[in-house]
Every structure is written in C-alpha cells, then in structure tokens.
Design a protein around this ligand. Structure first.
Ligand SMILES: [Zn+2]
Length: 387
C-alpha cells in the first residue's frame, strides 16, 4: 500500500504484501533502499531543489556504501547531501528538528511495523523543535538463542513502570501528545492521544515522522529514552491511503545463487537506477542505452535523457518457470514510457501475478530486481495505478 498525505509534506509508504498472519512485510523486490525512495518521492519537490536528505533506519543491512548513491540517483537529486543515521523514531525526530533546509528526512523500518515515512522541511515553513529529551536505560528487547528476532523481556510490569511510564511522563509533561515507539495499548494506558491511522504502525520510527503532520507534541520512545518535539503540522491527517489492496507475499523459488558480474552492474547502473535512456541525432531513443544506435548503427551521436516515470502496459505475460530468487509466478510487461517512443521490458510489482492488463496506466518504481552474491541489483518495475 502506498499512502500519501494530502498536503504532500509528509509521505508514508507501506509495502503491499502481508504474511500469513496479515502483517506487512517487505515485498520480495523491496528492501530498505526502495522503501526509503518510495516514501521520499512523495515529498521531494518537483524541481528537485533540496540541500539535504537524511535517512534513519535500524536495518543493519542498509548501512552499505552504495545506498546513498542509489537513493539520490533514483530521486534524481543532483548535489544533495545524503546522511545515514542508525536509529529509530527518536533519531528521526531529532534529525527533523536539525535538518538543513530545504530538506527531507526519511525513517525506514524493515522489521516489525514495516514501512517508511518522509517529511519535507521547506526553507520558510515552521519546523519542529525539540522540547524535551529523556535518557535512561532499560534494555528490554532481548534476543534469545533460538529466536531469529528480538522480543520484549518477559516482565511486563517492569518494562511498563520503569521504562515507558517515566519516559512518557517526562516527554509529555502533562501536554496532550502522540506517543510513538511503544505498543498502542501501552501508549493509551499511559494517557497518550489515540491515532487510529497509525494504530498498526505506532511502534515504528516512521510513525513518529507521520504524526508530525497533525501538529502539536509528538513523542518518540526508544528503549527507555526518547525525544519530544512540538510541530505546527500541515493541518492534514498523517496517513491517507491510496486504496491499494494488500495481498499475500508470494513464495520465492529457492536455488543456486546467480553469480555477480560487477562489470555488467557498473555499465548499466546509471541507466537502470536513474531511468536514463539515450536519444540519437537520427531521432531514435534507446533504453537501455546502447553503444551503437539501433536506428542508424552509428555511435557517439546520442545524448542521455531522463525518462518519465509514467507508463502504460503495451503487452504482458505471466512467467511460471521457476527461477531462483523470483516468485513462483510473476508477470512481465512491455510498457510504453510516457513522452517517449521507449518500450521497456520490466517486471510487474505491487500485486499478484497476472493482475495487470494491456492498456493499464501506472508508474515505474525503483525495486530490487535481483540480488547477486549479496549485492542488491536495482531497476524499475511497473506499478499499476490504484483502481
Ligand atoms: Zn541513430
């Protein structure tokens, strides 16, 4: 599900896939980088005039060398400063209060309440300011030997009374506030304002950013510590759904990993991540760009052009041949890219196999199209517009 704020100052993106218990999980072609791009593109100004982008995440796999390059290329931001911060909601609110303007702050979660939110801070508008900090240590998230993921230490009362209650009291200071970073039930019992739109994501870092759209005091708790900000808000609800249906995450075909060709990756990177084609002096546009023009056969007569992200399905097919790392069934589409004569072959994302039809309009979105030897390979997929 892609969700957007009416005022376009705060954007929230949640992946469309759910697990067998109905919880949102990253789709097979999504990771922290694509989630960050999905949220950020909802708020990045049309003219791309930005000084800084800050991405806050707890995902350890995110902090790799090339994530900033992929994000800035995909968002078509030129000389922007991109900072990565390892942290959750409190770090995200602090980054928002400190952001260079005009700037965008993004918070991403790839576990738990999976999703991403982005806030645009203009040069002239009022910005959130930090009004309280609380620091204490009750490290209640434990990772027991047999468990893959962390769980909360099994003394509920200790966690509530020694970690959450003092943090909520210090950070709310008697004011009505939206409290994020702790379970919705606990927040309600400790007197925090209910946020129905965020209920299933309230523990996440992106909820802290999304809540700033409402204005007033927003609190983010991490562990037993936290930050409170006061913000003007944009008068809008924090989350407005675009009506996209969630669907069960498909089974992924296991099998031998495909070898990495770093040379092929490097050669294709700008075109694949930036959605860049080449236009020859003879009038032919080719994507991906080729050394020799397929129209006239000459080389060195082409210039790079940025393609539109809007596209429509020209032809499609559903693949049922098992390919390691891909869903057991998935759809491929040849799409007409708006404003050009480019037809691109891409996979279809955002729904079950076979769910698009010829003529459907949509957009080209950055996805992790493969992973080779641990290196994510990014490109574009077709996402049909919501019905
Ligand atoms: Zn040519």
């Amino acid at each position: 599900v892609s969700t957007a704020i009416a005022a376009a100052q705060v954007g929230v993106y949640r992946p469309p896939t759910v697990d067998e218990r109905g919880r949102r999980v990253p789709a097979w072609d999504e990771d922290s980088t694509t989630l960050a791009v999905e949220a950020a593109r909802l708020v990045v100004p049309e003219d791309g005039d930005l000084r800084a982008v800050t991405v806050v995440t707890r995902s350890p796999t995110y902090l790799v060398d090339d994530a900033p390059v992929v994000i800035t290329k995909a968002l078509r931001l030129g000389d922007v400063e991109l900072t990565q911060i390892h942290g959750g909601g409190a770090a995200a609110l602090a980054a928002l209060a400190a952001a260079a303007t005009p700037g965008v702050v993004v918070a991403v979660e790839t576990e738990g309440a999976v999703g991403a939110a982005a806030v645009f801070v203009g040069s002239d508008g009022a910005r959130p300011s930090v009004v309280a900090r609380h620091r204490h240590s009750v490290p209640y998230r434990v990772r027991r030997a047999a468990a893959a993921t962390a769980s909360v230490y099994d003394d509920d009362r200790l966690v509530r009374e020694r970690a959450w209650r003092p943090a909520v009291e210090a950070l709310c200071a008697g004011e009505p506030a939206v409290v994020t970073g702790i379970p919705a039930g606990a927040a309600a019992r400790l007197g925090a304002a209910a946020v129905p739109e965020l209920a299933d994501g309230l523990e996440s870092s992106w909820a802290a950013l999304a809540a700033t759209a409402r204005g007033g005091r927003v609190v983010a708790i991490e562990g037993a510590s936290g930050v409170a900000v006061e913000c003007g808000g944009n008068g809008g609800a924090p989350v407005a759904t675009d009506g996209r249906e969630a669907y069960p995450a498909p089974a992924i075909v296991p099998g031998a990993p495909i070898a990495l060709s770093l040379a092929a990756y490097e050669r294709a990177f700008d075109a694949k991540v930036g959605l860049v084609a080449a236009r020859c002096a003879c009038g032919t546009t080719h994507f991906p760009p080729r050394v020799f023009c397929p129209g006239c056969g000459e080389r060195d007569r082409s210039v790079s052009i940025s393609l539109s992200h809007r596209a429509a399905v020209y032809s499609m097919a559903t693949v049922r041949v098992p390919i390691p790392g891909m869903p057991r069934e998935y759809s491929l589409a040849v799409v007409d890219v708006e404003g050009s004569d480019v037809r691109a072959l891409v996979h279809v994302t955002g729904g079950p196999a076979g769910a698009v039809a010829i003529g459907d309009p949509g957009q080209l979105v950055l996805r992790r199209v493969a992973e080779r030897e641990g290196v994510p390979d990014y490109g574009y997929a077709f996402l049909r517009d919501p019905a």
